[in-house]
Design a protein around this ligand. Structure first.
Ligand code: TPP
Ligand code: MG
Length: 571
């Protein structure tokens, strides 16, 4: 055992032992001792945010991108509450993050002291594990358990509260060992059973998603799909698991799913769900597969034991990490002359058709054609460019028309939280400075975490923000118009001049309102990222009446009027 150290020093030493190289934080008086210890620890980089939601979002994005646990450090009450959205997100996205919370001194606990927060009850239903460390000599034990828990099985968020005096106490403490991300692997019997089920199938489909898809795992998956001529669909916001150009890729099962793909999954006689949680968005509200007992035969493979049988009673449940599973599937003897070869060609053709310019654009040509923008963006970017987004209807255009070509190129929230894309993009650029990073965002989505523009400039995170501005919370407006036609409330937005806002931070700012202006603006912005090493922003003035790639307001209203006419009593 080494000499006595302060709790703060013990903590920082444990973070280094766990392989942590950066912390995303907003400082607080509650953990001054840790900040002080960091001065003597140059190998631990501090990224200082302007709101704690960004700290937890960034920790999650870092984890998703690097496969390593992300760490956020926030202060008690207000800081912890601001951080909560990123904890919820990390839970739904199965991201290994450790959130360290400065806490009131132990002598004041349970008095509702200044900014006191009971982390166990606040984060209890959101985090995988929550604890408070009340003795400096036990910091190594708790930190090790936290990293172990966050990174094993179904990964997720861990919250550790650290009372101020514990960080200042001196103690003799034995250092912990580095965590090991423990993932299960399939048994021979399970792979044999999967093969038997596939051999009997006529209309199988693979549905992939979830955590843990390394480039090597995706490569093995490709081998398995090719050898068995299987159609592969990606779960909601996991489109980068399988190269969208590949002839076996047939689309994504997310919100606004291709109706043909939905039908194909519904009519399949075997669904191989590999890593996907089979959540509400991926199953179209638990209808593509009937819950809890699906019509189709179902093989469900997942890294988390608790996920298997939680909603769906699969015929075969396999508890496995994706690299472990994909390696076994790649070696599996392929099925001879599969019955579904023709239908794969058909499924791919349906996907290709779904990629065409949507007809509503011909009926109502907008000044700024979002379909064309997605085509131009794909051509302008390298295959490994990272695309980040938050929530809003602008993301429907992205997910439908922008093909993801490589693993680790999509940072998109399955939790559907607005504000994620801005923070994720900055974290991505800081973590992978050699890659081009684009944040596709809406006017509402952007302003949820726009304060992080300052963070991006401070750390030279040269991200390109594409702000699709339709002056509204368009997603909500669309649902409003469908359920309560013409009764618009709470969805109109009066926005700042986004380009000027960017410039005020030191970033480049441009505004585009016509399709033909986009190409030159994109080229200028991409060049400025490289030359200035600062972010750039292009505001895109969108037609507010084009509510989605399938819905124009005039058509929606005409339909609603026709419906009313039908319902009107005959006189
Ligand atoms: C944090 C959070 N708050 C509220 C919502 C509900 N919500 C989903 S999309 C949306 C509007 C998004 O607006 P914008 O970014 O402008 O995109 P648009 O739909 O207009 O394209 C809202 C309010 C959410 N998903 N996340
Ligand atoms: Mg909007």
């Amino acid at each position: 055992m080494s000499d006595s150290r302060s709790g703060a020093r013990i903590l920082v030493d444990q973070l280094l032992l766990q392989g942590v190289d950066r912390l995303f934080c907003v400082p607080g008086e509650s953990y001054l001792a840790v900040l002080d210890a960091l001065i003597d620890t140059p190998s631990l980089r501090l990224i200082v945010n302007r709101h704690e939601s960004a700290s937890t979002f960034m920790a999650g994005a870092y984890a998703r991108l690097t496969g390593q646990p992300g760490v956020a450090f926030v202060s008690r009450g207000p800081g912890a509450c601001n951080a909560a959205v990123g904890v919820h997100h990390a839970r739904q996205d199965s991201l290994p993050i450790v959130v360290l919370v400065g806490q009131v001194p132990t002598g004041f606990l349970d008095r509702e002291a200044f900014q006191e927060i009971d982390c166990r009850s606040v984060f209890g239903s959101m985090a995988k594990w929550v604890a408070q460390i009340d003795r400096a000599d036990r910091i190594p034990e708790f930190v090790a358990r936290g990293f172990q828990c966050a990174t094993s099985g179904r990964q997720g968020p861990v919250v550790l509260a650290l009372p101020e005096d514990v960080l200042e106490q001196r103690a003799l403490a034995q250092d912990a060992r580095c965590h090991q991300s423990v993932q299960a692997a399939p048994s021979d019997t399970q792979i044999a059973a999967l093969r038997r089920m596939l051999g009997r199938a006529q209309r199988p489909i693979v549905l992939v998603g979830g955590q843990g898809w390394s480039a090597a795992a995706s490569e093995n998956l490709r081998g398995f799909a090719e050898a068995n001529r299987l159609p592969v669909a990606c779960a909601f916001r996991y489109q980068d698991v399988f190269d969208n150009r590949h002839p076996n890729y047939v689309g994504d099962a997310g919100l606004s799913i291709n109706p043909k793909l939905a039908e194909r999954i519904r009519n399949a006689d075997l669904v191989l769900a590999l890593g996907a949680r089979l959540g509400e968005a991926t199953t179209d509200g638990y209808t593509l597969l009937h819950a809890p007992v699906p019509q189709q035969a179902l093989v469900h493979a997942h890294g988390g034991l608790d996920e298997l049988g939680r909603v769906y009673q699969a015929d075969l449940m396999i508890n496995s990490g994706m690299p472990q599973l994909a390696a076994r599937l790649a070696m599996m003897t392929p099925i001879d002359e599969p019955a579904w070869v023709e239908s794969l060609v058909q499924a791919r053709a349906e996907y290709t058709k779904w990629q065409q310019r949507p007809e509503v654009l011909s009926r109502h040509p907008p000044q700024l054609d979002q379909w064309q923008l997605m085509q131009q963006l794909r051509v302008a970017l390298a295959d490994d460019a990272i695309i980040c987004n938050g929530a809003g209807n602008f993301s429907i255009w992205l997910h439908r028309f922008f093909p993801y070509l490589a693993t680790g190129t999509q940072l998109a929230p399955t939790s559907g939280c607005m504000g994620y894309g801005v923070a994720a993009a900055i974290a991505a650029k800081i973590s992978a400075p050699e890659k081009t990073v684009i944040c596709v965002t809406g006017d509402g989505d952007f302003l949820m975490t726009a304060q992080e523009l300052a963070t991006a400039c401070q750390y030279n995170a040269a991200v390109l923000f594409l702000v699709f501005n339709n002056a509204m919370y368009g997603t909500v407006r669309l649902h409003q118009e469908k359920l309560f036609p013409g009764r618009v409330v709470g969805t109109f937005l009066s926005n700042p001049d986004f380009a000027q806002l960017a410039r005020a931070h030191g970033a480049s700012g441009l505004r585009v309102s016509r399709t033909e202006e986009f190409g030159p603006a994109l080229a200028e912005a991409l060049a400025s990222l490289r030359s200035r090493r600062l972010p750039a922003l292009i505001e895109l003035a969108c037609d507010p009446n084009l509510l989605s790639p399938t819905t124009h307001l005039d058509e929606l209203r005409a339909r609603a009027a026709a419906e009313r006419g039908k319902d009107a009593p005959a006189v």
